[in-house]
Design a protein around this ligand. Structure first.
Ligand code: KIV
Ligand code: NA
Length: 264
């Protein structure tokens, strides 16, 4: 079978079909989600936190994300793979954005890129789209701007909601194929979703968006203190803790390796 395309996602919105996106950062995890039918995998700059152990996404570089993106593309066969453009790799100019996006597409095989921001990055979005790069936009709590926001807090309340709506319309007009809405009130996400023809993808944005996205370590129960908007679907931290302890116990007692694990 072929990969999901941006046209498939547009058609899903027309049919009123919701879909789920997940992050992925390695080939095996990508393979599991791909086989489960997740249509879009995001190699997020959240890798800075969940893979590399940074406190924010700000230290992440293109060189950090390229090998992870290549691994997710190799590990999947059906999903559309979106690469996050990290902080500092697109803000300077449309030319810089295109250069960065081209690296993700040529060196890692990404099918689309995501960038954070509204009207200030419209020239970047236009340059990418006219060069043939599908662009996923991202508004609301854009973590690369955490130092401007003064923390990870809900965005778009009150008058800021009208500005977000204007940004969303401008991004659609500039050619973005979809829009992530992060940590915004549910009623604002609903208004944006009904105002746009392109699919909206919510994270902490309530139930009205066309799609949802979560960081996979959050829904699988690996994150110690997940945000309010996370629903935990598995308890991998406990599962892995038990397995590691049982393995170490077996090694200490001599129960592992047993004869069936031993070559004669
Ligand atoms: O980096 C990331 O994982 C993201 C999603 C949470 C939207 O940007
Ligand atoms: Na991100």
């Amino acid at each position: 079978g072929r990969r999901v395309t941006v046209r498939d996602l547009a058609a899903a919105k027309e049919r009123g079909e919701r879909w789920a996106m997940l992050t992925a950062y390695d080939a095996m995890t990508a393979g599991v989600f791909d086989a489960a039918g997740i249509p879009v995998l995001l190699v997020g700059d959240s890798a800075g936190m969940v893979v590399y152990g940074h406190e924010s996404t700000l230290p992440v570089t293109i060189d950090d994300l390229l090998p992870l993106t290549a691994a997710v593309v190799r590990g999947s066969s059906r999903a559309l793979v979106v690469a996050d453009l990290p902080f500092g790799s697109y803000q300077s100019s449309p030319a810089q954005a295109l250069e960065s996006a081209a690296r993700f597409m040529k060196e890692a095989g990404a099918h689309a890129v995501k960038l954070e921001g509204g009207r200030r990055i419209l020239p970047q979005v236009e340059a990418l789209v006219s060069a043939g790069v599908p662009v996923m936009a991202h508004l609301g709590l854009t973590p690369q701007s955490v130092n401007v926001f003064g923390g990870y807090r809900v965005q778009g309340r009150g008058q800021a909601g009208d500005e977000l709506m204007a940004d969303a319309k401008d991004l659609e007009r500039a050619g973005a194929f979809s829009l992530v809405l992060e940590c915004v009130p549910g009623d604002l996400a609903q208004r944006v979703t009904t105002s746009l023809a392109i699919p909206t993808i919510g994270i902490g944005a309530g139930p009205a968006t066309d799609a949802q996205v979560l960081v996979w370590q959050d829904l699988m129960g690996l994150t110690p203190r997940p945000a309010k908007f996370v629903k935990q679907y598995a308890d991998l931290a406990a599962t892995m803790d038990r397995a590691a302890r049982a393995y170490a116990d077996d090694v200490r007692s001599g129960a592992f390796p047993a004869p069936e694990h031993t070559y004669s």
